[in-house]
Ligand binder design. Sequence first.
Ligand SMILES: C[S@@+](CC[C@H](N)C(=O)[O-])C[C@H]1O[C@@H](n2cnc3c(N)ncnc32)[C@H](O)[C@@H]1O
Length: 325
Amino acid sequence: MNNHWSEYWQQGHTTSFGEAISGNYEGILKSVWQPIFNGLNEDFLVVDVGTGNGSLPLLLRDGLLTSELTGKVIGVDLAEVSLVNSENQNGHKIDIALMSNTRCEQLPLESNSVDLYISQFGFEYSNVEKSLEEATRVLKDGGQFGIVFHHSRSMILNRNRKILTLIEKEEVNLLINCLTKMANAMGNITSQKDVERIKKDPKCEDIRAEINHLIKLLVVFDEAAAQDSDLMRFVAEFFKAGLFWPVTKKLQFIEFITIQMETLRLRLTELINASFDESKLAIFVDKLYQNNMMLNELKVLKSEQNEVLSWYLHATKFIYQLESR
Ligand SMILES: C[S@@+](CC[C@H](N)C(=O)[O-])C[C@H]1O[C@@H](n2cnc3c(N)ncnc32)[C@H](O)[C@@H]1O
């Protein structure tokens, strides 16, 4: 994994759904967690893995706002993360601490210290076998394990798979190459006279026609994915705001587009590899038992429109009884 998650979280997002969710999680995702949070006891310790900017710890604190409980939530993430809007930590009965650059395969926590281990779209990005062993180590006997994780046929995966197919098309590279050719062919544009000049320039016109052709091919292939990928927005920006930029700035912007597309490709590939289908899930459930966990609940979460959103799994670490002789 490269550091694309760090860059993402440093933009200040709360959730991994970017602009699509402006605040924190609502609806079914919120409601599935509340009963688990309600089961916590005084002076609890919770760990949230793959926490991002702490959306789940913040949801927990909100969910227990009216209770008198005190406790601590530690959010760990492999990336550089921080609580959104430098959340005011004072005056809360529930303390939230985020640990960046921390893998859930190796938690800096004492054995048998955690009451509740949670994750939302984070755990599955790790080496799940190692993370599960580690979860068992840090959980107290009777401790709870609850995860919401990607379903290979969810609406999230379906949409992102389409974006990945689109950005892996040869036309995307050809389009970016055409932008470079265009930037060089146009030269610096400082006046309306320059704009008229390039409109009459047969070389610029040929490249523009090629760009239009490539855009049309991508839009006909999958218009929604073309928009979702942000590529169309970048091309529009190149020709509008970018028209009067010096050639060097235009070339820098094209380099930025290339990096954005590569980062998106990496992120979507990771997402697809992280998601669980039924056979991957069956293997994982087997591992639960091998790791002293008893499965309580396993279900598919659906949106209000009845579309598959994710898997939800809840388990408890066995309580060992000393055998009486
Ligand atoms: C899709 S985001 C989920 C963030 C947050 N839980 C949410 O619901 O918005 C996945 C996060 O998992 C983190 N991650 C990936 N592999 C990890 C690992 N091995 N240990 C800890 N965090 C990891 C990534 O850095 C990323 O921030």
